[in-house]
Write a protein that binds this ligand. Structure first.
Ligand code: GDP
Ligand code: MG
Length: 301
């Protein structure tokens, strides 16, 4: 825990570059990650707030300038860079991303560095991987920064799968039962396999259901991002900026021997829960300690 506090005093932010076509669902996803219904605030690279109301049309431009930093009031520990329009096929965009990543890699502060890339690919499209996207994953652009591919709008692919099944002669009830499995097959064949066979394939990939729904969550994305961070310090930072994902905090706490062997942490429940690493059994006894960890590291204690 001391390590987390020390780290948070040196680095207050986790910085993510989000790439994807227009309408891929990027903003909706970021709102979900930060538990926000509001749009993010936009800051220049030097931290000046950009007032998007001043110039008409500047909101979209401001949001999609890769250099600008998007921050949600609800979770200011995350800084996002939003790159839209990468589908245009222009070599300029690729160069811009390369230059941005190289500049961030050269930053002499941990806060200034880029920690992860989320590459959004809409799953409801007839064009799974565009040329520029193939180029991105066949070129060494990202260096050591882990990339997670996110298949957004899986609900749209389920709708497509349903239509195909009906066209194939399935009755409605049967089609409803098997449409999800069919959509997963389509995702694997048309999206995941071509993507993962690229030369610089992403560290991991995740499929997201309808992010517009209140009940949907992005826990799998958060967990996969945490797993892709090979640097223990960074992973600790990422876990410490989570405000919504208590399971990740619990799991991470359990992986750390300090927690695993701390007799105090187990005072309210039986030890065998910890030893068996059963999250369910340990939730009770660790919950309170993890809450403390999260609150302390987010600065509210
Ligand atoms: N079907 C479906 N639509 C979505 C989902 N996420 C976002 N959308 C819709 O897709 C459109 C574009 O979303 P937005 O987040 O603004 O995309 P961005 O341009 O990549 O930032 C909006 O109309 C959203 O309501 C999703 O998971 N499923
Ligand atoms: Mg957007």
């Amino acid at each position: 825990m001391d390590k987390a506090i020390d780290l948070r005093s040196r680095c207050r932010h986790f910085r993510v570059l989000v790439i994807g076509r227009a309408n891929a669902g990027k903003t909706t996803l970021l709102k979900k990650v930060c538990n926000s219904i509001e749009d993010p605030e936009i800051f220049s690279p030097t931290g000046q707030k950009i007032d998007v109301a001043i110039v008409e049309g500047s909101a979209e431009r401001g949001r999609h300038d890769i250099e600008n930093q998007l921050v949600f009031k609800s979770n200011p520990q995350f800084i996002f860079h939003d790159l839209c329009g990468f589908e245009s096929g222009s070599g300029d965009e690729t160069e811009k991303v390369k230059a941005f990543i190289a500049k961030r890699a050269g930053s002499n502060t941990l806060s200034g560095q880029l920690h992860a890339i989320w590459y959004c690919l809409p799953a409801d499209t007839n064009r799974p991987l565009l040329e520029t996207e193939k180029n991105f994953f066949n070129t060494d652009i990202t260096g050591n920064v882990p990339v997670i591919a996110i298949f957004t709008k899986f609900d749209g692919l389920i709708t497509k799968a349903f239509s195909l099944l009906i066209d194939d002669g399935y009755i409605r009830r049967e089609a409803l039962t098997i449409r999800r499995g069919k959509a997963q097959e389509m995702l694997t064949t048309n999206f995941i396999e071509p993507l993962m066979s690229t030369q610089f394939a992403p560290s991991d990939h995740v499929r997201l259901d309808d992010m517009r729904k209140e009940t949907s969550d992005c826990n799998e994305l958060i967990e996969k991002t945490a797993n892709a961070l090979t640097d223990d310090t960074l992973r600790l930072l990422f876990v410490s900026v989570q405000q919504n994902n208590i399971n990740l905090c619990i799991r991470y706490a359990m992986e750390r021997w300090e927690y695993y062997s701390d007799p105090e942490a187990c005072s309210s429940a039986n030890n065998s829960g910890l030893k068996s690493k059963s999250i369910g059994m340990c939730r009770k006894c660790l919950g309170i300690h993890v809450m403390t960890l999260c609150q302390r590291s987010s600065g509210s204690l």
